[in-house]
Design a protein around this ligand. Structure first.
Ligand code: PCA
Length: 322
């Protein structure tokens, strides 16, 4: 009797201890010094503090735990309880994941925030059906063109060895007659060093992270779109947390979202300055290039709406009303 009481108490203490030490892995695909990753680290600290160490998040940066396109499935399957994904990576699975990758649909931070607000109810629903939840999302800085060439029009992009990070960035290559090669950021420096790619569209932030200035000297500031990283959580893992811990996680997520958008704007300015300091030319797109890229965007919006169907139209309508 006495023994089983002691055993029961020990087991209770053990489970309380286990509760006290819930540990979650948080895979991300970008380097530790990237503003998204720094924001994730701050988020993990905030969660630690607000839960008095009850929930510990370990950030695995730079695609060390899972490659960028694998993170969503890892969270869905519970191999990771929480993860950061690039939404546009998953456009082929469901077109609305790629709404923020359609060129010139939303081409400023204000527009990107509106698009996010219009996209969010759809994301919540889809991820919910997949056993996940959206905790927060943060936009990358505006996307421009890194190239060794001087561009006057889209015709000058013919034959470029074009690094793509999403179905949409590969489609751009097809429309301008470049050769798309899909490479995620973690492998981009190597792809440039070995000459597998000589051009791509992305932010100054990624240009700086990957030391693109060592290989490419021009960046055309097209401000074409602002794709988002989203932090997603496995619903069952969330449900297993007690209510105060759940609340702390949600609160830290909301704080991270606000902090992240501000950090993105700051990173935009700072990384473009750093690229310049390292010899990169930050160029305004000449009028013909601008007009040609706008045309690419128009084609892609049309294609996207055709594939996305009624919910895509609903999203765009909701966005345009904001
Ligand atoms: N950087 C990421 C996605 C968008 C961005 O600015 C990348 O190039 O992989």
């Amino acid at each position: 009797m006495k023994f089983s009481f002691a055993l029961g108490a020990a087991l209770l203490a053990l489970s309380a201890h286990a509760m006290a030490q819930t540990k979650w892995d948080l895979p991300s695909a970008y380097p530790a010094s990237n503003f998204h990753t720094e924001n994730l680290e701050q988020f993990a600290k905030d969660v630690d503090k607000a839960t008095a160490g009850k929930l510990k998040l370990t950030v695995h940066a730079n695609a060390a735990l899972f490659k960028a396109p694998e993170i969503k499935r890892a969270v869905q399957g519970g191999q990771a309880q929480i993860g950061e994904i690039l939404l546009v990576n998953y456009q082929n699975e469901w077109q609305l994941f790629g709404a923020d990758g359609v060129p010139f649909l939303a081409d400023s931070y204000d527009a990107a925030m509106k698009l996010y607000k219009a996209q969010k109810p759809f994301l919540d629903k889809k991820l919910g059906e997949q056993g996940m939840m959206l905790l927060y999302a943060v936009a990358w800085p505006p996307q421009g063109i890194f190239t060794k060439r001087t561009l006057n029009s889209a015709a000058d992009m013919k034959g470029l060895k074009w690094r793509a990070y999403s179905p949409a960035t590969a489609r751009i290559a097809e429309l301008v007659g470049a050769q798309p090669v899909t490479v995620q950021q973690a492998e981009l420096s190597q792809a440039m060093a070995t000459g597998v790619v000589d051009s791509y569209m992305s932010s100054g932030s990624t240009g700086y992270d990957t030391k693109t200035y060592e290989y490419i000297k021009n960046w055309y500031d097209t401000q074409a779109w602002l794709p988002k990283n989203a932090v997603i959580v496995n619903k069952a893992a969330f449900a297993a947390l007690d209510k105060p811990t759940q609340d702390a996680l949600l609160k830290a997520g909301a704080d991270a979202e606000a902090r992240g958008w501000a950090a993105s704007k700051k990173a935009n300015t700072e990384t473009l300055e750093k690229l310049k300091a390292n010899g990169m030319q930050i160029l305004q797109p000449p009028p013909q290039l601008k007009a040609d890229m706008k045309k690419v965007g128009d084609t892609m919006l049309k294609e996207w709406l055709e594939k996305a169907g009624p919910e895509g139209q609903q999203l765009v309508d909701a966005y345009k009303k904001m």
